[in-house]
Design a protein around this ligand. Structure first.
Ligand code: SAM
Length: 229
């Protein structure tokens, strides 16, 4: 990537200057790993289902989930991909360990592996996966790291592979106002909304968007995007 292109991309996702707080983010998600499934159930489950239904993921594929959290989506993926390979990772060792433990216990026959890794530097070869799934991660990263993570997702996908990306939606003004307050109080946990900026960055990586859906679970808005490499 030329330095100019890098600056242009960063500017698009970095409008409000949030730099990300990887150390505090890892620590806070480590702390909440045991209770995080409740948040997934209340806010993320509907968008997870929509993303899965549009992703084209089927049994026998090589699938990667980036930032598994406590593993609810990871187990869905491993369940429908029981004859394939499902890999996942999370920055928080407690989240990754919980995801691995529950996948082993509940889906003993599946080839499902989860580890503690940073999305900015993935330990996988180029083109290793048929599909990459990433839900509600980019909000927690600074602009530079968003671009690194998207670059890594692009790199580890095979040609024509699909990226399923879920972002916190920005189409509910009252929710946006609350999110700004929450993000100001605990930036390492909430980050900030990036939904309207990320599609440009995806397009710059030569992803072709195939589906783009707004989803709402109660008051909580999401945007589900499926893009082909
Ligand atoms: C808001 S939670 C979302 C969890 C899950 N994807 C879901 O849909 O419920 C964000 C997760 O991203 C992880 N995370 C934050 N920064 C990361 C990074 N740089 N690399 C990998 N995971 C990261 C956090 O530890 C946390 O588990």
């Amino acid at each position: 990537m030329s330095p100019l292109a890098s600056v242009e991309r960063r500017t698009k996702v970095d409008r409000n200057g949030f730099r990300g707080l990887p150390g505090p983010t890892r620590r806070i998600y480590d702390l909440v790993a045991g209770i995080y499934p409740l948040s997934t159930l209340l806010f993320h489950e509907k968008a997870h289902k929509v993303a899965l239904s549009l992703s084209g993921i089927s049994d026998g594929m090589r699938v990667l989930e980036v930032a598994t959290g406590s593993g609810e989506m990871f187990r869905r993926l491993a369940r429908i991909n029981s004859g394939g390979l499902t890999c996942g990772f999370d920055l928080s060792p407690n989240m990754a360990a919980r995801t691995q433990r529950l996948a082993r216990r509940r889906l003993p026959g599946a080839s499902a592996h989860c580890q503690a890794v940073d999305a900015c530097s993935m330990p996988f070869r180029d083109g290793a996966f048929d599909a990459v799934v990433c839900c509600y991660l980019l909000e927690l990263m600074g602009g530079e790291d968003i671009l690194r993570a998207l670059g890594e997702m692009h790199r580890v996908l095979r040609p024509e592979g699909r990226l399923a990306l879920v972002l916190i939606g920005q189409h509910v003004p009252a929710f946006n106002a609350l999110y700004r307050i929450a993000g100001g109080l605990a930036p390492a946990f909430w980050g900030r909304q990036v939904e309207t900026a990320v599609p440009d960055a995806i397009a710059d990586f030569d992803f072709e968007v195939e589906h783009d859906r707004k989803v709402q679970q109660g008051f909580y808005p999401s945007r589900v995007m499926i893009a082909r490499k």
